[in-house]
Design a protein around this ligand. Structure first.
Ligand code: F6R
Length: 609
């Protein structure tokens, strides 16, 4: 959510900033801007719209100077040229970009306006740059002014600040919004996400909450906000450039859907102990006995990750025989949840940076629970702040609508379930059976992906519908929610997911000949019941799209469209049944001319509450 990039070195900054902004655009794309600091001169250019709009207007391509760039996802102040970052002080000496929310900006702004500061935008961010300007009256240097200003700020931030009075440096600071410093030779970089800088360096330093960095071309100094020097370790990022490029696909979303056989293999590599019928998850080694003795497990997450959590709840209760609750991370901390020492809280997050999920982690930690991360982004805040955890290893997910992360989360949750179930009495034989089923998944996903053209044809016929209903039971109820979410996000069609049996308690009133109803009907223990649900839909002339294991003549006679997926164990079925729903949403959105990878109003990685 909002992208930050910065450069200090001997090369012209603008091409580097632009490349970085393009790589970060999936994090926010309503406006973009850059600022360069030369001695006595600040150059600021910003524009509503995509980075390409900004690029057309830029004219400082050869300027060698410290520079910062930002791509925005609006929180305070509508998208516009003026509200775009960077923001500047009254004298046009200081430029600042910001990711997060300054919660007390109104009070700061009112006071500064009384003191004569003139504000240009409607953003919370501008208050901070004027506050730094004010603090500079007392401190003289930029670093101290930033530190003094930040002490007065409530809320969250990842910021980068430059000044024409000290043009050799970028000051960066973080609280609740990720920032990474890239270490180069006679040059250094700053970014909110490693994707922006991996073209230039793999060596990085992660800034922690409460830290400030002074980044010059030959040095990086980090301190706490109280001015105590901190020692940082230089780490290596392992992202492969091909992973963050489209590689011939028309959209990142399609590439990521198609990658799933491989991403599932990566999620399982070295972790499925077929002989022993168990899972090996090194990141949980330190908490084995905590897991074994836990009376209760809580899964906290948002959005798609929450849907994965729901499936996880069903698995863990069925096989692990442990009481599990799945919580919306955004609700968790505000409802004073009962969490006790001995409880285990898993935070599920693709980005590892979702503000609500991170807040749930803090809440659970403070109440004495063991907190464990299931994250994709290596080195992300949730991963680092957890007591242990499991990476899903899906590789960078750039498409705003999450796809491959979901299926990898499901596989990792199955492995966690297997581990806990074996601790609690599951037989080796049953464990081996589960391992075998897990290992078959990639090729089964591949078989579904081969049916993409079939699904595209269905999409063509349904693309003009205004509403969709998704129905599933048991393990496939969360899949109904996830299928509906995918469609809403990228095609802007209203869609709702329901437990199939709940339909007759209300939503059935919506069904008529214009309502497509996607029914997830694999051959599991609710199969007969779901056939009755399909009959109820057909009796009201709804159009049924059935996801089935085999062409059962009874369903074939009822459904308007059938999509086959291979059979697997009940609890693994969501890994397969979601694939056609991802493809259906994708093709419908393409046919409606929607912006697939950058759907309106959305951004990847929601780092504000
Ligand atoms: C949906 C989607 C979002 C995220 C949610 C949580 O396609 O991407 O609903 O799942 O914002 O994000 P993470 O998993 O990064 O915590």
């Amino acid at each position: 959510m909002c992208g930050i990039v910065g450069y200090v070195g001997n090369k012209p900054a603008v091409p580097i900033l632009l490349e970085g902004l393009k790589r970060l655009e999936y994090r926010g794309y309503d406006s973009a801007g850059i600022a360069l600091a030369e001695i006595g001169r600040l150059i600021v250019q910003k524009k509503i719209g995509k980075v390409s709009q900004l690029e057309k207007e830029l004219n400082s391509f050869n300027v060698v100077a410290a520079g910062i760039g930002h791509t925005r996802w609006a929180t305070h102040g509508a998208p516009s040229d003026i509200n775009a970052h960077p923001h500047t002080d009254c004298k046009n000496e200081i430029a600042l970009i910001h990711n997060g929310i300054i919660e007390n900006y109104n009070a700061i702004r009112t006071k500064l306006e009384k003191d004569g500061h003139v504000f240009k935008s409607a953003t919370d961010t501008e208050a901070l740059v004027h506050l730094i300007e004010e603090m500079k009256k007392y401190s003289g240097d930029l670093e101290t002014a930033v530190r003094l200003a930040l002490r007065q700020v409530e809320g969250t931030y990842g910021i980068a600040v430059i000044s024409s009075k000290e043009p050799d440096k970028i000051i960066a600071a973080r609280k609740g919004s990720p920032l990474i410093i890239g270490i180069g030779e006679n040059e250094n970089f700053l970014a909110s996400d490693a994707a922006a800088i991996v073209d230039y360096t793999r060596k990085v330093v992660y800034l922690e909450d409460g830290e400030i960095a002074v980044i010059c071309k030959n040095s990086v100094d980090t301190k706490t906000i109280d001015n105590k020097t901190t020692e940082k370790q230089v780490e290596q990022v392992t992202i492969d450039l091909a992973q963050i490029e489209k590689g011939g696909f028309s959209h990142f979303m399609l590439k990521e859907i198609m990658e799933q056989p491989e991403t599932l293999r990566n999620a399982m590599r070295g972790r499925v102990l077929l002989e022993e019928g168990n899972a090996k998850l090194s990141g949980l080694d330190g908490v084995k006995s905590v897991l074994e003795n836990a009376q209760r497990i809580i899964l906290a997450a948002c959005g798609t990750s929450w849907h994965a959590g729901l499936v996880g709840e069903y698995m863990l209760e069925q096989y692990g025989k442990v009481s599990v609750e799945t919580e919306y991370a955004s609700e968790f901390r505000y409802r004073d949840p009962i969490v006790k020492p001995g409880d285990v809280v898993f935070l599920i997050s693709q980005s590892g940076e979702t503000a609500d999920t991170l807040a749930a982690l803090h809440e659970a930690k403070q109440k004495g629970a063991a907190v464990l991360g299931i994250c994709n982004v290596v080195g992300s805040t949730i991963a680092r702040e957890s007591d242990g955890g499991v990476y899903i290893h899906a590789g960078p997910e750039i498409g705003v609508a999450s796809t491959k992360a979901f299926t990898s989360q499901l596989v990792v949750l199955s492995l966690v379930t297997l581990l806990i179930a074996r601790q609690r009495g599951m037989s080796e034989k049953e464990g081996r059976n589960i391992c075998a089923k897990l290992l078959e998944l990639p090729q089964k996903v591949q078989a579904i992906l081969h049916r993409a053209t079939e699904i595209e044809k269905i999409a063509e016929e349904l693309k003009d519908s205004s509403n969709f209903l998704y129905l599933g039971r048991g393990y496939n109820f969360p899949v109904a929610l996830e299928g509906a979410l995918k469609l809403k996000e990228i095609s802007y069609i209203h869609a709702e997911g329901y437990p199939a049996a709940e339909m007759k308690h209300g939503p059935i009133a919506l069904i008529d000949e214009n309502m497509p109803v996607v029914v997830i009907a694999p051959k599991d223990r609710t199969y007969e019941k779901i056939i009755s649900n399909i009959q109820e839909v057909k009796a009201r002339h709804g159009k049924v799209i059935a996801i089935v294991n085999e062409v059962d003549p009874r369903i074939a006679a009822l459904a308007d469209y059938l999509i086959q997926v291979p059979e697997t164990a009940d609890f693994l079925s969501p890994v397969l049944t979601i694939i056609p729903l991802q493809l259906l949403a994708y093709y419908i959105a393409v046919k409606r001319g929607c912006n697939i990878d950058q759907p309106r109003n959305l951004a990847k990685s929601v780092t504000v509450e």
